[in-house]
Design a binder for this molecule. Structure first.
Ligand code: FES
Length: 580
């Protein structure tokens, strides 16, 4: 698309605070000068908010302060005025009850931090899973020029000669301990080996997926997603990002210019090619809602269905993000999709160039990491969207992470009422379950958990694991970590906590999963299903007070991105009167 830059110089919004001689202007400048900022920084140059999700309790982002200094260098070099702003940080590894419960809160907080302050453009410094969508959603709702720079992934994990990936091997080793194939002492030894450098998860989990989505959407500079956190080129990328945002403000290149339907379609196809996380579905649906792009679950199925997964990374494949970077990273994937006619080449990016312009000359340096077209990891990557009487509003499954022999399966339901019920009974040797059964878990959706935790990849019962079985069909309204794998049906909607059909599944019911036909069916008579639904009552009273109450009252279903109803849409950056 053609973007016409606005003329420069012109008066920016930060001048409402800094550009004048009134008492209020003096007040705003004077207090800022207590930090030693010289007078010329307030002369009308772009003021860039470095929205930094640094936190020592968000370990994947704990190096962002260092990286922010590089962003500042770049902003100063390009003639801008950088101001670093700490913002709400959500750690996937430790935030309870789940980081996802706070994605919307973070986005709301950052949106107001942008709108209410003298900021002309933003650098979104993100990394861990929810930090990326939350800041993108905030930027989309304010629509000031914004650019993403991620913290980058951790280096490869290595344990006793084996490449081990964040999350993926946590699940693998934990199952191995349950199956008696690994000792607890060895598991403890592996703990530090998994996370041996700064950065986010080194698998194609949600953090790497969302970094890839930011790049595929055109919201980050080309090549950003895969550079390891500790590689010197990550610092270079941060500095270049700082330089670029200043020009974006001068040109008035905004998220609404970039986040078009074409951009979302590109991102969905890229997600299929990288074997990306199912979490991308939720986050992109929510982001699209902020910019008024009518994206649906069915777009995910339609656009991703014929995209082969060509990135051979865990959890679907063999390698890790470090090797993806050495092979050429996401630009190679984008080029391959464009050459296959699967990409909108003219989609605009933060660089001011089109998606195609940025990648047309890149080279694939390792065809075992980024696979050639004739030997993809899976022929049909993407996300399968299932429907049926068990999921009238849809459910998702990641075929590249599933077992081919289970993609068509009929089995007896073994139902867990919630995560506590699952934990209490799964290790019981008397539990009536075998590998032909379908594990069902309720009350783990947006309202039910609350927050829609990543518990959908329920670990298998030990007695099944001991027989060498590593996968079973699992169904829930939960999410799954992007680092996880298995034949796992997720995001079932409507969720059980609002009375979706999942709420009335009973142990012993037969369930049919048919991924090629995109079908999820509870095999009971219609009148029986209607009778059960009519008799359904919520399991728990709604939370009273605080953020939990706001969350419960306003969170929407997974099928539309689990955003708050009142946060959808772009509210712009206009702000009311000054307080003085
Ligand atoms: Fe932070 Fe995986 S836990 S990126």
């Amino acid at each position: 698309m053609t973007f016409v830059p606005k003329p420069w110089p012109r008066t920016l919004r930060s001048q409402e605070w800094f550009g004048g001689t009134s008492r209020d202007h003096i007040y705003h400048r004077s207090w800022m000068k207590n930090q030693g900022f010289p007078a010329d920084l307030f002369d009308g140059r772009p003021v860039i908010g470095i929205m930094n999700t640094w936190s020592e309790l968000t370990p994947c982002n704990a190096h962002l302060n260092d990286l922010a200094q590089r962003v500042k260098h770049g902003i100063y070099e390009a003639g801008g005025f950088p101001v670093e702003v700490p913002v709400f940080s959500t750690a996937e590894s430790s935030f309870r009850p789940t980081a996802m419960m706070f994605r919307n809160l973070a986005s709301m907080a950052v949106e107001e931090q942008i709108r209410g302050q003298p900021i002309d453009g933003c650098v979104l410094m993100v990394g861990c899973d929810k930090t990326t969508p939350s800041l993108l959603m905030a930027a989309a709702s304010t629509d000031l020029p914004s650019i993403v720079v991620t913290g980058g992934p951790m280096l490869n994990g290595w344990f006793r000669g084996e490449r081990i990936g964040s999350g993926t091997h946590l699940w693998k080793f934990s199952e191995a301990v349950k199956a008696g194939e690994m000792t607890q002492a060895d598991f403890l030894d592996a703990e530090a080996a998994m996370s041996r450098s700064a950065g986010s998860c080194n698998t194609m989990g949600t953090a790497s997926t969302m970094a890839s989505m930011a790049e595929a959407l055109g919201m980050a500079l080309s090549g950003n997603a895969a550079i390891p956190a500790v590689d010197s080129r990550r610092r270079m990328m941060a500095q270049l990002t700082g330089r670029r945002i200043v020009q974006m403000v001068k040109d008035d290149l905004k998220p609404s210019d970039i986040l078009t339907r074409a951009a979302f379609e590109n991102a969905i196809r890229v997600n299929g090619a990288i074997g990306g996380s199912t979490n991308a579905v939720i986050h992109l649906l929510a982001l699209a809602g902020r910019v008024g792009v009518d994206l649906t679950l069915d777009d995910w199925d339609r656009l991703g269905r014929d995209v082969p997964t060509i990135v051979n990374l865990m959890p679907s494949g063999k390698y890790l993000m470090e090797e993806f970077f050495y092979a050429g990273g996401l630009p190679v994937v984008i080029k391959r999709l464009a050459e296959a006619g699967l990409l909108h080449r003219d989609a605009l990016t933060v660089s001011g160039e089109t998606a195609w312009d940025q990648v047309k000359d890149v080279v694939n340096w390792n065809e075992d990491v980024i696979l050639p077209a004739d030997r993809p990891l899976t022929e049909h990557g993407g996300i399968a969207v299932l429907r049926g009487n068990l999921a009238p509003d849809g459910a998702v499954l990641k075929p590249s992470a599933a077992s081919p022999h289970l993609l068509r399966h009929r089995g007896r339901a073994v139902v867990f009422e919630d995560i506590d019920d699952y934990k209490a009974r799964i290790n019981d040797e008397d539990l009536d379950i075998d590998e032909t059964c379908v594990m069902v878990m309720k009350n783990c959706g947006p309202r039910g958990y609350p927050g829609m935790a990543e518990v959908g990849n329920m670990g298998l019962p030990p007695k099944v694991l001991r027989r060498g079985i590593t996968d079973m069909v699992r169904i829930s309204d939960a999410r799954m970590s992007g680092t996880a794998y298995g034949t796992v049906v997720l995001h079932t909607a409507p969720e059980s906590a609002v009375g979706g059909p999942l709420a009335v599944v009973q142990t012993g019911d037969m369930i049919e999963l048919d991924v090629p036909a995109r079908r999820l069916h509870l095999d009971i008579p219609d009148d029986e299903l209607a009778r059960r639904l009519a008799g359904w009552r919520p399991a728990a009273p709604p939370p009273q007070g605080g953020y939990a109450q706001i969350f419960h009252q306003h969170v929407q279903g997974a099928d539309t991105g689990a955003d708050f109803d009142f946060l959808r849409g772009c509210r712009g950056a206009e702000v009311g009167r000054d307080s003085h």
